[in-house]
Ligand binder design. Sequence first.
Ligand SMILES: CC(C)(COP(=O)(O)OP(=O)(O)OC[C@H]1O[C@@H](n2cnc3c(N)ncnc32)[C@H](O)[C@@H]1OP(=O)(O)O)[C@@H](O)C(=O)NCCC(=O)NCCS
Length: 174
Amino acid sequence: MSSVLSRPQATSLRKFSETDLKGVINLYRQGFGGPPWNLEFTAQWVEDEIRKIRKAPESHMIVAVSGPKVIAISAAHVLDQNEFPFLSSVLRGSKTAYGAALVVDEEHRRTGIASKLVGERVPFFAKRGCDLMVGRTKNPRMENLYHELGYTNTGIRDPKYPDSSYFLLEIKRS
Ligand SMILES: CC(C)(COP(=O)(O)OP(=O)(O)OC[C@H]1O[C@@H](n2cnc3c(N)ncnc32)[C@H](O)[C@@H]1OP(=O)(O)O)[C@@H](O)C(=O)NCCC(=O)NCCS
């Protein structure tokens, strides 16, 4: 994949590769280190998380790069519905893709990178027979982004992450 964003000029999207790992670790630490997350990650934790997502069924992992720098990561995969039993009333057994990670470097935010990355997931999972996309967040910026892309807030909370709620998009396949 080599789609070039209109803003900023030198940004391109491509599949994640092992050489991006260091950049992705930095992104996780930066992106989730401040409000509303205030999380601390070891490099090993991020590495394990990335490997887990890559091993998940039909995973889609894209980075945005500006020159040599990894400036964003998006990761999604087909959901094992046993993982989120509390969503069963909205998923109703449909093949569903889950947005597992999204971070944009602070200096490159508000230029449309996240919208582009989240948008890229839809045709990928539509081709693989998914009817729904789902994502969880408590970041108001991400909530705005989901609304702009047509997701609805289910209002459903995860007992493990009671401050976050799940957003749902119906994939229209032609
Ligand atoms: C949330 C995040 C991914 C958004 O990335 P981004 O590249 O800045 O987002 P975009 O430029 O594509 O913006 C898309 C929309 O998101 C919303 N948004 C993004 N930044 C926003 C902000 N600072 N305030 C309010 N809304 C915002 C807006 O609706 C925006 O559309 P608009 O610019 O037309 O108003 C980024 O802020 C980030 O990495 N945050 C830390 C990690 C995180 O919370 N990830 C999500 C985990 S669920």
